[in-house]
Design a protein around this ligand. Sequence first.
Ligand code: SF4
Ligand code: SF4
Length: 186
Amino acid sequence: MDHRNEPASLADLESGLRFGHLLISINRHMSREAAALAQSLATLLTEKGIINREELEPQVQAHREQNQGDPQVMLSKAPDKYQCPEQVIIDCASRVPLCRAACCSFRFFLAPQDLDESIVRWDYGNPYWVRQQENGYCYHWNPDGMTCRIHANRPYPCRVYDCRQDKRIWVDFEGRVPNPDLQAGR
Ligand code: SF4
Ligand code: SF4
């Protein structure tokens, strides 16, 4: 039985919100504790002449950049995908033997609209990035024919993406010359 179109009950919603709020409050408490400890340490070490504030800042910045790849919840602010005006029309069917539909191996995160529909699957380990298969392609990508299984409901980025100038895919779009790395397989 397909439950995808059943609306969530109020109890489901409340339970989900409680869980989210609990996590937020735990995280906020832990962040405050960590920040208080770090600030106290920095003050103490500076007062004792062990560290120099000017030397500390580049280190802090370096760690900020290092942590940028850490998993975090990402949600797109894309507008209504069904009202999307900028859809790009490309002759994909005749090109997939060349491009291998590489656009469907790019990662992007979903919008609340996608989550509400419960059709596009997201990556549980990296909410709310689109889920991928082991081969790196989107979960909804069909290797037979290299097509999208959920074309009518595909997310906003799939509708507006334009591969024509993307050098990861085409050396020459008009000349139908794909990036040689694509032919080498992934
Ligand atoms: S890379 Fe371009 S031509 Fe190939 S499937 Fe994607 S949009 Fe179509
Ligand atoms: S949803 Fe469809 S069009 Fe979008 S990346 Fe996945 S397979 Fe490709």
